[in-house]
Design a protein around this ligand. Structure first.
Ligand SMILES: C[S@@+](CC[C@H](N)C(=O)[O-])C[C@H]1O[C@@H](n2cnc3c(N)ncnc32)[C@H](O)[C@@H]1O
Length: 290
């Protein structure tokens, strides 16, 4: 983690006030902290920085216990996400037999393509996984932060960042529902394929809190609960759109109706999941001036 990034973080324990964290670096070089702590001087909570990854989650122990290990290294979805975002090849048995040419990461390119350039803007990618969409977004925005609950994904995203040599990106382990940032901070939030893993109403409130007035949020989701059978709050294209509107957003005209963007993920050598993902862009309604 770059040391300057700590100035943008607030303690996720305090919902009523915004309390900054101070950095205690134990090991690092060239403005990078490799091992250390972020400390809240109000509640004394320490947030570790391990292998350069800051872990700024509200209750670290509870989040480890409740955690979805499918997205950690060795988990069932670690390699599939590496494939979909970075490592697929045109030699792949299924992709090479398809008549219609499909590049798995094309899904992310298509989504980011719909987002206008904002060279002075700050964006947040929630549930960013290995950061493919984050790094694409960083070509359009001045600064982008990618957050995910998976330590392994964030570690890999940071590795990709160092090879991409982009300097306007930072990644950390954080919860989208208790994100460690000041309210009204972001000009754009991206939340791709996240709805099955969180309570959508909580996610919408968190996004509303973090977005600057009149700023945009982009969702893309297949609403597939087969892998999340215990999800308490299930949505589909219609119910989610009305939830978005009720939370204080206005749907962008072209996304008022359901869409079907192809997305393919290889879950093992002989099995793939093919989705048609729905895409939604919405603007935060606000009395504040833009
Ligand atoms: C289905 S994957 C989608 C990843 C990526 N957005 C994409 O479309 O390729 C969901 C991701 O969200 C992360 N995640 C789940 N709950 C989260 C939360 N509350 N806050 C942040 N990330 C979360 C998971 O670790 C996982 O990487």
């Amino acid at each position: 983690m770059r040391t300057q990034f700590s100035r943008h973080l607030v303690c996720p324990q305090h919902t009523d006030k915004q309390v900054r964290l101070s950095l205690e670096s134990l090991q690092g070089k060239d403005n990078e902290c490799v091992e250390g702590f972020l400390k809240c001087d109000t509640c004394q909570t320490l947030y570790p920085i391990v292998e350069g990854v800051a872990i700024v989650v509200k209750d670290f122990v509870a989040s480890r216990q409740a955690k979805d290990d499918r997205y950690e290294e060795g988990g069932a979805l670690f390699v599939p996400y590496r494939w979909v975002q970075y490592d697929h090849s045109s030699e792949d048995r299924l992709l090479s037999t398809l008549k219609w040419r499909l590049k798995p990461n094309e899904f992310y390119n298509r989504i980011v393509h719909t987002i206008s350039l904002k060279t002075d803007g700050v964006a947040l990618d929630m549930g960013c996984s290995m950061g493919y969409s984050t790094l694409e977004l960083a070509k359009k925005y001045a600064f982008v932060v990618g957050i995910d609950l998976s330590f392994s994904f964030i570690k890999e995203a940071r590795r990709r960042l160092s090879t991409s040599q982009q300097e306007n990106v930072e990644f950390c382990v954080a919860d989208s529902l208790h994100a460690p940032f000041n309210y009204m901070k972001f000009d754009l939030i991206l939340a791709l394929n996240l709805l099955e893993l969180v309570q959508p109403t909580d996610l919408l409130s968190s996004i509303h809190w973090l977005l600057k007035p009149h700023s945009l949020v982009v969702f893309a989701d297949p609403y597939d609960y087969n892998y999340q059978p215990h999800a308490k709050q299930r949505v589909d294209a219609q119910t989610f759109r009305s939830m978005v509107e009720k939370t204080g957003f206005e749907l962008v005209q072209k996304t008022k109706t359901e869409s079907h963007i192809p997305w393919i993920i290889k879950i093992h050598e002989r099995a793939y999941l093919f989705y048609f993902v729905d895409y939604i862009m919405a603007k935060k309604l606000s009395k504040h001036k833009a």
